[in-house]
Design a protein around this ligand. Structure first.
Ligand SMILES: [Zn+2]
Length: 278
């Protein structure tokens, strides 16, 4: 894809100088195990982990930093798409902030290491990403390409949309009354809807004047969705890391919902909670 906009003004650069530091294998493993036991929501638990977050946070991204510029551009396009969608719904779209970090970060949802992958925190309405995840996406999951990277951002922004629409709160409330197994099913629906919203973004972004979709872009996103399905991951060694933990749906489901969002571009088609099939 190509983006000719100026980039979002909602990016915070909290990356440290030296790349991967202090928070290494040990804590990463702890987080993964917690993820396996408790499902998607790591927030309260990772809060107990020591987080080295003494970095200076700057507004915006440096000129010449292509990857950060790209992420900023994707975020800007999501602001335009969701701004228009919300206007159509008669609602106001509060733009999320995207925070870049390295190794570990402190969020309103607690501290987190890069090992949990990109995540969204409803408490501060921020998307968190360590850009080294993209290397992992390519090397470990075989999902290369800029549009695979854009899909990751669009999926996390999808969680922000769910937050604004009150969907996340309903799911959180329901969680208190159900078993872990039941909750996992609900979590899958939430995740698949975020994939649908990512697809919807791709559909609407095509109509933006500053946006151009390249041949093969959608395949890159579908390939990424395929690569990070729960079933695929479980075939690999236990303890693999996925974008925002486990219980996200199978590869086929993730591809189906992204595609449905892309093909329909209609938010009403994205009710994964009442869908006759997932
Ligand atoms: Zn997610």
């Amino acid at each position: 894809m190509q983006w000719f906009g100026k980039g979002s003004s909602n990016v915070e650069d909290g990356r440290g100088g030296g790349g991967r530091v202090a928070v290494g294998g040990g804590i990463g493993i702890v987080v993964v195990i917690l993820g396996l036991l408790f499902g998607k929501d790591l927030s309260g638990l990772v809060g107990q982990l020591p987080v080295a977050d003494q970095v200076e946070v700057k507004k915006g991204v440096p000129a010449g930093d292509e990857q950060a510029q790209f992420v900023s551009g994707v975020l800007e396009s999501t602001e335009q798409v969701w701004g228009a969608e919300f206007r159509e719904l008669g609602l106001n779209y509060d733009q999320p902030t995207l925070r870049l970090f390295t190794s570990s970060v402190q969020s309103a949802c607690g501290g987190a290491s890069s090992a949990v992958g990109p995540f969204y925190c409803p408490g501060d309405q921020k998307v968190y990403i360590d850009l080294s995840f993209y290397q992992e996406l390519k090397d470990r999951f075989g999902a290369a390409g800029d549009f695979a990277q854009a899909y990751v951002i669009a999926h996390e922004v999808g969680h922000h949309v769910q937050n604004l629409l009150g969907i996340s709160a309903k799911v959180d409330q329901a969680r208190r009354t159900m078993s872990e197994v039941e909750y996992n099913k609900l979590s899958v629906k939430l995740e698949l809807q975020a994939d649908f919203y990512a697809g919807l973004w791709a559909n609407k972004a095509q109509q933006l004047k500053d946006f151009r979709l390249d041949a093969g872009d959608i395949d890159e996103a579908l390939n990424a969705a395929n690569a990070i399905g729960d079933d695929k991951l479980q075939q690999q060694a236990q303890g693999e890391v996925v974008p925002d933990a486990f219980t996200h749906g199978t590869s086929a489901q993730r591809m189906y919902w992204f595609k449905k969002g892309f093909e329909t571009g209609d938010i009403k088609q994205g009710d994964t909670f009442n869908a006759s099939r997932l």
